[in-house]
Design a protein around this ligand. Structure first.
Ligand SMILES: Cc1cc2nc3c(=O)[nH]c(=O)nc-3n(C[C@H](O)[C@H](O)[C@H](O)COP(=O)(O)OP(=O)(O)OC[C@H]3O[C@@H](n4cnc5c(N)ncnc54)[C@H](O)[C@@H]3O)c2cc1C
Ligand code: FES
Length: 353
């Protein structure tokens, strides 16, 4: 039958994917990805980049086998791979499969297309700017989410909202953007070529947001990864969230720390307590720095909130190697993989490796 179909249609027999919790079955052509087939059938499968970098289409393979167009390991952690997670946008079926899509457990606003203009660009450090975009109308987002920004002639780039959302939406949104040497978008931005530029903004996207409950939280930010965590902390403070919190911020030197006053201000009002711990990896040994040194991941164990690790939630944003190392430390300490939430700030070099 398979060879007859192949002869008749000149391509391979469709394979069937059962997608939970929607409990739908879709036929997936040999040349299609799981995501393409699901979307073609109208299944509301979470997704964004479609090229294996954002992690939005992450799902758990319960049964069957798939092959990966781009290695899932660029975006997923070793622990997620071991637990059977795959990326639907990079998965082709080897036979019938069953996958489970995790429900975000919250009503996330549907992404929309906006027009905007870069109206402010302020240096936070020598290589991180706070960039403010004024939009053609209000945007509704959940603290921790991100948007895709486009300027003419360049592909879209993802940036996390750095401020808390407002009831009724925000007309001006701010992002913390780090200069990536050789990067198409950021080199232009830091050269001033995008000052007052018209931009397109698509969003909000992503499922990185503060989960409910009373679990103590440990947040880890690296570089511009502070943006979504600051948004989450500001929003939580505004809404009088009462959860023990530790906020670790990894940077190279004192010159790479920023928004420290803002975080200390949040910590002052936070109940029952927010402990802010900056950690510097390349601070000169003879400097006046009194704080912690080394890699931020080396200090997680000693800084964990006082609770059973099984009850702690982890939230992390920043460079992929930091996230991967932190997931290993956290899961080794007993924090459940499902309680660890992150956005990896992947770029073109991540998938080109
Ligand atoms: C969900 C998400 C949220 C993000 N949020 C933020 C944020 O809040 N703040 C932030 O600063 N960043 C964030 N990022 C990263 C951001 O989207 C961009 O990837 C980053 O700014 C680099 O863009 P660029 O155009 O300057 O660099 P790119 O042009 O993408 O280049 C990046 C690097 O890759 C190298 N490169 C390009 N092509 C290749 C190749 N073929 N082989 C090898 N190397 C190559 C370049 O030389 C450069 O060093 C986020 C990413 C994701 C996925
Ligand atoms: S949609 Fe699959 S990783 Fe982004």
């Amino acid at each position: 039958m398979a060879s007859l179909l192949k002869k008749l249609f000149g391509r391979s027999e469709p394979r069937i994917a059962t997608i939970k919790p929607f409990d739908v079955q879709v036929a997936v052509d040999g040349s299609q990805t799981l995501l393409e087939a699901a979307l073609a059938e109208g299944v509301p499968f979470p997704h964004n980049c479609t090229v294996g970098t954002c992690g939005s289409c992450k799902c758990r393979l319960i049964e069957g086998k798939v092959s990966a167009i781009t290695d899932f390991g660029y975006t997923l952690s070793k622990q997620e791979l071991d637990a059977g997670y795959i990326l639907a946008c990079q998965a082709q079926l080897k036979g019938p499969i069953t996958v489970e899509v995790e429900s975000p457990g919250a009503d996330l606003p549907a992404p929309e297309q906006f027009q905007g203009k870069i109206v402010k660009s302020i240096d936070l450090t020598h290589d991180i700017k706070a960039v403010t975009v004024s939009l053609d109308r209000q945007i509704d987002f959940v603290a921790g989410q991100y948007a895709d920004i486009t300027v003419p002639g360049l592909p879209a780039r993802s940036y996390s909202f750095a401020t808390a959302p407002e009831r009724g939406g925000r007309r001006e949104v701010t992002f913390f953007i780090r200069k990536v040497p050789g990067g198409q978008f950021t080199e232009k931005l830091f050269a001033g070529a995008l000052d007052n530029a018209e931009v397109g903004l698509n969003g909000p996207h992503g499922t990185f947001f503060l989960r409910g409950g009373e679990a103590p939280i440990v947040c880890i930010a690296g570089g511009s990864g502070l943006a979504p965590l600051l948004s989450i902390l500001q929003h939580a403070r505004k809404n009088r969230v009462r959860r023990e919190c530790v906020m670790l911020f990894g940077a190279r030197t004192q010159a790479d720390l920023y928004q420290v006053t803002e975080i200390r201000e949040i910590a002052r009002d936070w109940l029952p307590s927010l402990r802010f711990v900056p950690v510097l990896s390349h601070e000169p040994a003879d400097s006046d720095w009194q704080g912690l040194r080394g890699l931020v991941t080396e200090h997680i164990a000693a800084m964990l909130p006082k609770a059973s690790p099984a009850d702690i939630q982890g939230y992390m944003c920043g460079p992929p190697p930091m996230i991967d190392a932190a997931i290993t430390v956290m899961t080794d300490l007993g924090i459940p993989l499902q309680s660890i939430h992150y956005d990896k700030f992947t770029d073109a070099s991540t998938t080109a490796r």
